[in-house]
Design a protein around this ligand. Structure first.
Ligand SMILES: Nc1ncnc2c1ncn2[C@@H]1O[C@H](COP(=O)(O)OP(=O)(O)O)[C@@H](O)[C@H]1O
Ligand SMILES: [Mg+2]
Length: 262
C-alpha cells in the first residue's frame, strides 16, 4: 500500500484538485483507492460526492487508536459505471477545532493519523491537507510514505517548495522509515509569460523533482463542482487532456498493481 500526502502551506494552489485528479486516474483503472480529507474545508469530501457524513477523520485524530480509520470510511458518490468509486474518510468543519486540541498533548500528537491507519489495506491512499504546515498537515506527513508537493507557477513558488522540503526532512529524521518526496506538481499552468517564468524557476531550483505540469482548464473545475472524476467528463473540451495529464503524473509517482483485475 502506498500512502501519498499532498502538501503546500499555501491555499488555492490545487492540492485538492490534484488529489481528486489522481483519485480519478485510480477510479478509471479500478484501483482500490482511499482518500483521506484532513482539511476542515472538506473540498475533497464534497468533490468525491460525500455530503453531511455522520463521521469524519476527526474521530481518528481525537484518540490514539490503531486501525480506527476502518470504521470511518464512506463510499464516494462517484459513478460505479466505467470506474471504481474510491473510499473516503471525510472531513467536516468541526475538524478545525482539533488542531489546537492536538497541541495540548504532552507527549506529542504528530502520529495519530499514522496510528489510525495501522492494519488498513488499499492499493493507494491519498491524503489531502489543509493550507498550512500545522499539526493536521504534520499528521498527514507522518502517515505518508511520500509527500507530493503541489504548487502553482506563481511568485515565490520555489521558496514555498523549499520550506516544505525542510519540513519533510525534519519529519523524515524523526521516523524509522524515511519520508520521501514523490515530486512537485506544477498545477494551474497557464500560457502567460509569468507562468513560464515561475515554472522555469521551479525546474532550475528543484530539477528532476519537478513533474510534468497540469494545465489550467475549465473542465477541471467543472469536474470538481459536479462531484465527478475528470475521466467521467467524456469528450467535454479539455477533459481528455486534463485526464491524460493526471494519468502521466500518476504513472510517474504511483507504483501499485491492479488489485482484483479490471
Ligand atoms: N488545473 C486547474 N484548472 C482549472 N482550475 C483549477 C485547476 N487547479 C485548481 N483549480 C481551481 O483553483 C481553485 C483552488 O484549487 P484547490 O484544489 O481547491 O486548491 P487547494 O486545495 O490547494 O486550496 C479551485 O477553484 C479549483 O477548481
Ligand atoms: Mg484544498
Amino acid at each position: 500500500m502506498q500512502v501519498l500526502t499532498l502538501v503546500n502551506q499555501k491555499g488555492g494552489v490545487g492540492k485538492t484538485t490534484v488529489a481528486l485528479g489522481l483519485a480519478a486516474t485510480a477510479w478509471a483503472r479500478r484501483l482500490d483507492c482511499l482518500v483521506i480529507d484532513i482539511d476542515p474545508q472538506g473540498n475533497a469530501t464534497t468533490g468525491l460526492g460525500v455530503w453531511n457524513p455522520p463521521f469524519s477523520v476527526d474521530h481518528a485524530l481525537a484518540e490514539e487508536r490503531p486501525g480506527s480509520i476502518a470504521s470511518l470510511r464512506a463510499t464516494s458518490g462517484w459513478p460505479s459505471e466505467n470506474g471504481r468509486p474510491p473510499s473516503v474518510v471525510p472531513a467536516t468543519p468541526a475538524l478545525a477545532a482539533r488542531e489546537p486540541q492536538l497541541m495540548t498533548d504532552p507527549i506529542g500528537a504528530n502520529n495519530r493519523l499514522s496510528v489510525a491507519l495501522e492494519g488498513i489495506n488499499h492499493d493507494l491512499v491519498i491524503i489531502d491537507c489543509p493550507p498550512s504546515l500545522g499539526l493536521l498537515t504534520i499528521n498527514g506527513l507522518f502517515a505518508a510514505d511520500q509527500a507530493l508537493i503541489v504548487t502553482e507557477p506563481g511568485a515565490w513558488a520555489s521558496d514555498g517548495v523549499e520550506q516544505i522540503l525542510q519540513t519533510v526532512k525534519r519529519i523524515s529524521s524523526r521516523r524509522t522509515e524515511p519520508l520521501t518526496v514523490a515530486g512537485v506538481v506544477v498545477n494551474r499552468m497557464g500560457r502567460t509569460r509569468d507562468a513560464r517564468y515561475w515554472d522555469e524557476q521551479l525546474r532550475s531550483d528543484h530539477g528532476a523533482m519537478v513533474l510534468p505540469a497540469v494545465r489550467l482548464r475549465a473542465a477541471v473545475t467543472e469536474a470538481a463542482a459536479n462531484s465527478l472524476p475528470i475521466h467521467a467528463l467524456g469528450t467535454r473540451a479539455g477533459a481528455p487532456e486534463a485526464a491524460a495529464e493526471f494519468d502521466t503524473v500518476f504513472d510517474l509517482i504511483v507504483n501499485c498493481e491492479v488489485s482484483d483485475g479490471v
